[in-house]
Design a protein around this ligand. Structure first.
Ligand SMILES: C[S@@+](CC[C@H](N)C(=O)[O-])C[C@H]1O[C@@H](n2cnc3c(N)ncnc32)[C@H](O)[C@@H]1O
Length: 218
């Protein structure tokens, strides 16, 4: 799959591309391209944003700048999903991650300051996605959240089995995962549940299912 991120801060993604599991699939299952709006802006001196009509604080990312960036990257052949990252969008959840990870290519648009000219979201994008009901200073962290969540779903990203039975997976009916424990079996009087030390895989499996069900409010 290919993910194209449009940003004013492409170097912010350097850290993420070195981290597993994204680093594992980069160059094979995942192609990541970073586009800087400044490289294709039709305005002088790398300008990408402007004062809001009607007044008020902050700068707004311009529609002509984003359109030029998309044309520069795709001509008239844009990916089926063009995602604007905005706190006003549909909240990201595992279902949306799976949906996007199934696409051959997506474009992800981030903004800064006051955000997008509304015409970007309504005319140039197919989706508006929020990573949660709070406001960050820019779309780079949300883009990295989305990228990491997608990368985990790509073939070969995770060791066998570790991506199938985790929180929000269909294997757990969309619920959250059961608790994990490791050595020591007892620490300051805090014991690991006996069933996990029993070696009885049938009992362990049903205990885990039950824990997942209870923790998910089922
Ligand atoms: C400071 S925010 C703009 C907030 C906007 N003025 C509002 O009140 O909804 C700047 C940019 O950061 C990104 N951003 C901030 N919070 C986000 C969130 N929760 N989810 C997705 N993107 C977010 C978006 O790209 C947004 O345009």
């Amino acid at each position: 799959m290919r993910v194209d991120v449009f940003t004013q801060v492409p170097h912010a993604f350097g850290w993420l591309t070195e981290q597993k599991p994204l680093a594992t699939v980069l160059g094979t299952e995942l192609e990541l391209r970073l586009f800087n709006y400044r490289d294709t802006t039709p305005l002088r001196a790398g300008q990408v944003d402007d004062d809001p009509y009607g007044g008020g604080a902050g700068m707004v990312l311009r529609v002509d700048v984003v359109d030029a960036a998309l044309r520069g990257a795709y001509g008239d052949d844009r990916p089926k999903r063009v995602v604007a990252l905005t706190p006003q969008g549909r909240q990201l959840d595992q279902q949306l991650v799976e949906e996007l990870a199934a696409e051959p290519a997506i474009a992800v648009l981030s903004s800064r300051f006051e955000g997008f000219d509304e015409r970007i979201v309504s005319h140039l994008c197919t989706d508006a996605v929020s990573i949660g009901p709070y406001v960050l200073s820019g779309g780079e962290l949300p883009a990295m959240v989305l990228l990491d969540a997608i990368a985990r779903r790509l073939p070969g990203a995770l060791s066998d089995g570790s991506g199938e039975l985790e929180s929000f997976s269909s294997a757990l009916d969309g619920g959250i995962e059961y608790p994990h424990y490791t050595r020591p079996a007892e620490y300051r009087g805090w014991d690991v549940p006996q069933v996990l030390l029993s070696g009885d895989h049938g009992r362990i499996e049903s205990w885990r299912r039950e824990q997942s069900r209870v923790r998910s409010g089922g």
